[in-house]
Design a protein around this ligand. Structure first.
Ligand code: NAD
Length: 292
């Protein structure tokens, strides 16, 4: 990683442009499937409860799906739905030949964990990588559906020609959905990876040693210029609402003069996450057609 010359600003890694590239590739595959078999099994989003941002995210994914030629459907269940009912819906979608991929919109209502329901999904249709089968395959560096946000963070690095092999990478966040899978993907690409979290003693010292920083903490402004090594690349997975605006976990104003390249929120990891989900959907459909 080269040091950023003084007076320059970080290259902004354009998530919208990268998402468009991925979606074009997906649309080509979707057309090919339609030509070959005459139909494309759809994408089903299961949304439990009435979390307003979840409706916005689900609507966005369905619009993107439509754009690439994938039929989408939203199944809404009331917030008081119990685990057994959610599992039944996931089993039904798993057996439905018209459904190719399933997303369970997070967050689930209080008292229901992803772990209670994920195993009811056919792992092939689990396009956001929540099934323990997919998590295990990822841990073994084997092909699987990976959690899409984590994959999007790495996709941005790869498509922006940022060298990962041999780089020192710091991931902030150790959740099963973003931090941990991002760390495993970076490891798979040959980075030397440190995973930081709430109990990390000196976060700034860890970040200062990194060529690549991937932040997925859900804490606005957590990473600022004083922590970042000159010339580092900073990928911001955070989505936070502050005073009515969506912001990430990185303080752009102080990091931009120091970093070599960075993503911003909005317009960074988010759009690529949706595009990656659609790519997973196509992969699921291809796997289902191959086994039928
Ligand atoms: P989470 O709350 O499950 O995990 C957060 C992690 O960050 C934890 O491991 C915690 O230890 C760590 N953390 C929190 N504050 C910290 C601090 N001050 N210092 C060090 N570590 C700290 O959250 P999540 O589901 O992993 O999501 C993380 C962020 O990514 C959120 O902002 C979420 O909205 C966003 N997200 C974005 C997308 C996307 O498509 N871009 C998808 C999923 C999640």
């Amino acid at each position: 990683m080269s040091d950023a010359p003084s007076g320059t600003r970080a290259r902004i890694l354009d998530g919208i442009a990268i998402a468009r590239q991925v979606e074009q590739e997906v649309a080509t595959e979707v057309r090919r499937i339609r030509e070959d078999v005459g139909r494309v099994p759809g994408l089903r989003i299961l949304l439990v409860g009435d979390d307003p941002p979840s409706h916005v995210y689900a609507g966005r994914i369905l619009r993107h799906a439509e754009r690439v030629g994938v039929p989408g459907s939203l199944l809404e269940l009331p917030g008081h739905t119990d685990v057994a009912d959610i599992r039944r819906q996931l089993e039904a979608a798993s057996h439905d030949p018209e459904v190719g991929g399933v997303i369970v919109q997070m967050p689930l209502p209080d008292g229901i964990s992803r772990h209670d329901i994920a195993s009811a999904l056919d792992p092939v249709k689990d396009i956001d990588g929540i099934h323990p089968w997919n998590a295990g395959l990822l841990a073994q560096a084997r092909e699987s559906h990976r959690p899409s946000c984590a994959e999007a963070a790495v996709e941005i690095l790869v498509r922006s020609d940022i060298p990962i092999t041999g780089a020192r990478a710091v991931v902030i966040g150790r959740s099963d959905v973003v931090g941990k899978p991002a760390a495993l993907l970076l490891l798979r690409h040959g980075a030397t990876v440190t995973v930081c979290h709430r109990s990390t003693r000196d976060l700034a010292a860890e970040v200062r040693g990194a060529d690549i920083v991937v932040v997925a903490a859900g804490s606005p402004g957590l990473v600022h210029g004083g922590m970042v090594r000159p010339g580092a690349v900073v990928i911001d997975c955070g989505i936070n609402v502050v005073d009515g605006s969506v912001v990430g976990d990185v303080d752009r104003a102080s990091v931009e003069p120091i970093a070599n390249a960075m993503t911003v929120v909005p317009g960074g990891v988010g759009p690529v996450t949706n595009a990656v989900l659609l790519r997973h959907h196509v992969a699921a459909v291809q796997a289902l057609l191959a086994r039928s």
